[in-house]
Ligand binder design. Sequence first.
Ligand code: NAD
Length: 234
Amino acid sequence: MNRKKKIVVLTGAGISAESGLKTFRDSNGLWENHRVEDVATPEAFARDPDLVYRFYNLRRAQLAEVNPNPAHDALVTLENHFQDDFLLVTQNVDDLHERAGSKRVLHMHGELKSAKCSKTHKAVRWEEDLTAMNLCDCCALQNEMRPDIVWFGEMPYFMDEIYQALFQADVFIAIGTSGIVYPAAGFVAEANSSNTHTVEINLEPSSVQSQFDEQHYGKAGQVLPDYVASLIGE
Ligand code: NAD
């Protein structure tokens, strides 16, 4: 290799499946037995905040019971090799990438361990249960703190930074994502438009599989370590 490649990785719920976290579309499109409309939209939060608080409190508490798996570890190896030429964009709201040791991570859909003020959008680290009684730092009002999760209908975080990185990338790798949730599902098209080599690693072909130059199917914890070794060895 004459020069170091620039790598952008996108991960979805599938990379955390082997750690024991359910993906989004397990059980007929339900997330942990809930309809998206009931727990992952601003309308749901306005209608039934207690249900939404409870849902994310359970998801946050569950993080203590799970650990990173070999797929998370493989991305740390990749980052250690490519350093500043590596960017990890995740749709996941869990903290398994950080706990594995990843540093250059953008959580485009927010994080379970963060809460924010609905009025000012100021975010703070949040480890405990969140309720309507929690006061925010900025306005000191009840009923304003919410999970720092990008719900359906809201704008994902870091979009300018992500599109810039995709534009400059030599390789784009999507791992464990169904290709249904946009804008992330459109990243492969964006990468293709700047002649980036695109790779899908998933349990099964995603909705956008035909847009990738290269595909590897199987469990990420099994497929990814070998793929990373081959990329580093190139
Ligand atoms: P998704 O559930 O729509 O798709 C998951 C994909 O992963 C599927 O294509 C499935 O075939 C694949 N998969 C399952 N097990 C796998 C494995 N062991 N190895 C490789 N692939 C595997 O997930 P998505 O595309 O990320 O979209 C769901 C949305 O739900 C995201 O926005 C995310 O914020 C949210 N979500 C997050 C988590 C989490 O943080 N762990 C969990 C559930 C949902």
